[in-house]
Design a protein. Structure first.
Ligand code: ZN
Length: 338
């Protein structure tokens, strides 16, 4: 194993921006399709794996829809979540805050069905893989009509200790944060933690909206903040955490392949950044790979270590739990590098 790869693989990590559906590999979806008698647009597992490989944004949406079509029963989510714990444990990601595409779920299942399936997946995952995952269902902004039902599901799950917060994903352009102001207000009132994707495909305006209209506690992606000097200063002054996913941005052509990722400029501007894998299976990446990518673009080990520590510090864990993880992380560093 390459030395740098093994360092980042073995390093205990924390991840704050990853989607369960996008973290599920081609084979898992293929098995679900067989089990549920869903016809995929392919003739074999190999063809499905080739189809699953990222090529461009339109194709990504096609894959996402075909993959989601295999999730026909609530217990399929139990299976997906168990597989997710396995993946995170394999990557040495000790603590994760993960998104679930709730707009799809509420169309198909009752709250009880969803919550029971997820709870079961969490129980199996924790027991088998000994890593911790907390869940943040998100509203797909291009299905704004689902916002009320998603909020209702999230509040019920929050009361049962299954969810910790509410997120906002999906197509950013054409669906501004302002559409969700009331929903976010209610979520906050109930005590939910709140996050939103913003400044990924849309510009600084979308980030301002997420901050000022939704009162989001963290920004998902946020790379387009660099278009607006005033916004960069605001984010730096207030130390608003930003969940950066470099591989995803390259895949979706938001950053040109020959360019270094703008996270360099973000960190140099004093922004509080973390590194994430977003949809690792669909973008053929992993959190380890994301650290390696940044190392190859000139980030020092100390800088990358700090980004990893930032994730624990800006997570929604209690102060005691943060302290527990920071201790484990620092012990690893002391034993291996000092
Ligand atoms: Zn995302």
């Amino acid at each position: 194993m390459n030395k740098l790869y093994s360092i980042f693989k073995n390093m205990p990590k924390c991840e704050l921006h990853v989607h369960i559906e996008g973290a599920t590999d081609a084979e898992t979806f293929y098995k679900l399709a067989e089990k549920n008698n869903v016809t995929l647009p392919v003739n074999s597992l190999q063809e499905w794996k080739d189809f699953f490989d990222f090529s461009n944004f339109d194709h990504f949406i096609e894959v996402y829809i075909a993959a989601a079509s295999t999730l026909l029963k609530p217990e399929d989510y139990t299976y997906l979540i168990e597989a997710f714990y396995k993946h995170q444990a394999n990557e040495n990601i000790l603590y994760t805050e993960a998104f679930l595409s709730a707009s799809f779920m509420v169309e198909r299942f009752s709250n009880d069905e969803i919550l029971n399936a997820i709870k079961k997946g969490m129980e199996i995952g924790e027991k088998k893989y000994q890593v911790e995952v907390q869940f943040i269902p998100d509203i797909a902004r291009n299905f704004p009509e689902t916002k009320g039902r998603v909020l209702n599901l999230v509040i019920e799950g929050f009361k049962k200790d299954i969810f910790i917060g509410l997120g906002l994903g999906g197509l950013e352009n054409g669906f501004p944060p302002e559409l969700f102001t009331e929903t976010y207000k209610k979520a906050k009132k109930e005590g939910l933690r709140i996050v939103a994707h913003a400044g990924e495909t849309d510009g600084a305006k979308s980030i301002w909206g997420a901050l000022l209209k939704l009162n989001t506690e963290r920004i998902g992606h946020g790379i387009r903040c660099l278009d607006d000097e005033k916004l960069v200063k605001y984010l730096a002054d207030k130390q608003i955490p930003i969940e950066v996913s470099p591989g995803s941005n390259y895949c979706l052509s938001l950053v040109e392949p020959e360019e270094n990722h703008p996270i360099r400029q973000m960190v140099d501007s004093g922004l509080l950044c973390t590194v994430n894998s977003d949809d690792p299976a669909m973008f053929s990446t992993s959190l380890t790979n994301e650290y390696l990518r940044l190392a190859s673009q000139g980030f020092s080990f100390e800088e990358l270590w700090q980004l990893n520590i930032n994730a624990i510090k800006t997570s929604f864990l209690s102060p005691e739990a943060k302290h527990k993880y920071l201790k484990i992380f620092e012990e690893f560093k002391a034993n291996n590098f000092e």
